[in-house]
Design a protein around this ligand. Structure first.
Ligand code: HEC
Length: 129
C-alpha cells in the first residue's frame, strides 16, 4: 500500500470506529432509558402499596408525611442513589430496612419522576440487576 493509501485507510478506520462508538452510545442510552422506565413503573406500584398511607396518593404529602413532589426533598440528595440509600435505611418509617436495594432504587426513580425538580444525576445511576 502506498503511504497515501495507508493514511486514507487510517482515516477511514478512525471514522468507522467513531461512528460505531456513537451508535453504541446511543443504543446504550436508549437501553438505560427503557430500563429506568420499567423501574419507575415498579416504583410506582411499590409506592402505592407501601408509602401512600403516609405520603398521600402520588406523594403529595396529604397523608401527613412530607410532600415528595415539590422538589424540596429530591434537591436534598445529591444523587438518586443517595435518595435510594435514605429510602432503604429509613423508609417506610414504620418498617425501615425492609426493602431490597433494587426496590429502594425503583422508589427513588419514581420519586424523581414525581418531582417538579428531578435529580440531574439520574443518568449516572448504576442500575441494579
Ligand atoms: C408510617 C408513615 C410513613 C410511611 C409508610 C412512609 N414514610 Fe416516608 N416519611 C415519613 C415521615 C414521618 C417522614 C419525615 C421524617 C423523616 O425524614 O424521617 C418521611 C420522609 C420521607 C422522605 C423525605 C426524606 C427527606 O430527607 O426529607 C422520603 C424520600 C420518604 N419518606 C420516602 C418514603 C418511601 C419511598 C416510602 C415507602 C417505601 C415511605 N416514605 C413510607 C413517614 C412515612
Amino acid at each position: 500500500m502506498t503511504r497515501r493509501g495507508l493514511v486514507t485507510a487510517g482515516i477511514m478506520a478512525i471514522l468507522v470506529g467513531g461512528a460505531a462508538a456513537g451508535i453504541w452510545a446511543n443504543l446504550h442510552h436508549e437501553e438505560v432509558q427503557a430500563r429506568q422506565a420499567l423501574q419507575v413503573e415498579a416504583g410506582q406500584q411499590l409506592f402505592q402499596s407501601l408509602c401512600e398511607t403516609c405520603h398521600g396518593p402520588a406523594g403529595d404529602g396529604s397523608g401527613g408525611a412530607p410532600d415528595l413532589t415539590n422538589g424540596e426533598v429530591v434537591s436534598k440528595y445529591p444523587t438518586t442513589q443517595a435518595l435510594a440509600h435514605f429510602i432503604q435505611t429509613r423508609m417506610p418509617a414504620s418498617d425501615p430496612h425492609s426493602l431490597t436495594a433494587r426496590q429502594a432504587q425503583d422508589l427513588a426513580l419514581w420519586i424523581d419522576s414525581l418531582s417538579s425538580r428531578p435529580n440531574q444525576n439520574v443518568a449516572k445511576l448504576k442500575l441494579l440487576p
